[in-house]
Design a protein around this ligand. Structure first.
Ligand code: UDP
Length: 318
């Protein structure tokens, strides 16, 4: 049985991906340095003999010569603004040195490799909704640049390895994703609002809440990644996200209603370079992958609220 490698496999999206790949009958090696990933996300997978966890930081080369690797999903990189800005230089290393190491692994094993790129390559977009042909509006020197520019050069590396070495590549531009196993402290809007609502704390809207995002439930996203990896003759880059757009202020109200919380909404300063609007054009994904999201926001948020209720209840019991 050929092996599928997931770097960042103990993270929020990575752990769902490992689970889905095992369910499809694959052998899976999960590589994670546990900086933002968490063993709790993959604990249920550890007893499976087809699953192997390797604690490793992709900034250091890795070979896995004892495995017959056919596919690599490169998800290893802190992805929330709070986490990727915590150690900006490390974030850049993950997206340059780490990506070169992942591509080197693909070259050594003649494996197909998929890069988890991001809507952040569009920066604060001047084209709306964002199509893959839009080249972006990104600050090279702002606080988000370590991630945005890092992910942009990672795409460049993927295409240069493809052109130079004939590596089979796939590039997915992932838009805001949410669901169970988001890190409780990652500072993202969905996890913040839900945990604040469940704790009865103030709900913190940054700015006036008029900025927009489009939120994709994690199972939809994982389905898109697997489909992209297994589609022939289509490298991408391709947007994967849910095109249903809403204001951050509306999300706060929805979370309050769903949790029946007594929390108040308060405003805080808008962080520097915070994109004003974001919505994927997913025409390319529909046409080439036959993919589009199916989970509506109420269903997705309800599952996410249930997850955080359990986590907060467990923490309170300690
Ligand atoms: N945001 C907010 N309150 C929070 C956390 C985030 O209003 O407690 C806003 C943030 O300023 C941004 C949007 O929600 O406009 C999405 O932020 P997130 O960190 O989830 O991801 P981003 O899409 O900015 O990478």
């Amino acid at each position: 049985m050929a092996t599928v490698v997931v770097t960042g496999g103990a993270g929020f999206i990575g752990s769902h991906l490992c689970e889905a790949l095992l369910a499809l009958g694959n052998r899976v090696v999960c590589v994670d340095n546990l900086f933002t990933g968490n063993i709790a996300n993959i604990r249920q997978l550890l007893p499976d003999s087809r699953f192997r966890f390797v604690e490793h930081d992709i900034i250091t080369p890795f070979f896995l010569d004892d495995e017959d690797i056919s596919q690599i999903y490169n998800l290893a990189c802190p992805a929330s603004p709070v986490h990727y800005q915590y150690n900006a230089i490390r974030t850049i290393k993950a997206n340059t040195i780490g990506v070169i190491n992942a591509l080197g692994l693909a070259k050594r094993h003649q494996a197909r490799i998929l890069q988890s790129s991001t809507s952040e390559v569009y920066g604060d977009p001047l084209v709306h909704p964002q199509t893959e042909s839009y080249k972006g509006n990104v600050s090279t020197i702002g606080p988000r640049a370590c991630y945005d520019e890092g992910k942009r050069v990672a795409e460049t590396l993927f295409f240069d390895y493809h052109r130079t070495h004939g590596i089979e590549i796939r590039v997915a531009r992932i838009f805001n994703t949410y669901g169970p196993r988001m890190a409780i402290n990652d500072g993202r809007v969905v996890s913040n609002f839900i945990t604040q609502a469940l704790r009865g704390e103030d709900i913190t809207i940054y700015g006036d809440g008029s900025q927009t995002r489009s939120f994709c439930f994690v199972s939809d996203l994982v389905g898109g990644l697997i489909r992209l990896m297994n589609t022939e003759s289509f490298t991408g880059p391709v947007n994967l996200g849910n095109p249903v757009e809403l204001h951050v202020g509306e999300l706060a109200k929805e979370v309050i209603a769903l949790t029946e919380s007594s929390s108040r909404i308060v405003t805080r300063p808008l962080p520097a370079d915070d994109p004003k609007q974001r919505k994927p054009d997913i025409t390319l994904a529909k046409e080439n992958l036959g993919w589009e999201p199916t989970v509506d926001r109420t269903t997705g948020l309800t599952a996410t609220v249930a997850y955080f209720r359990e986590i907060l209840g467990r923490n309170a019991g300690k």
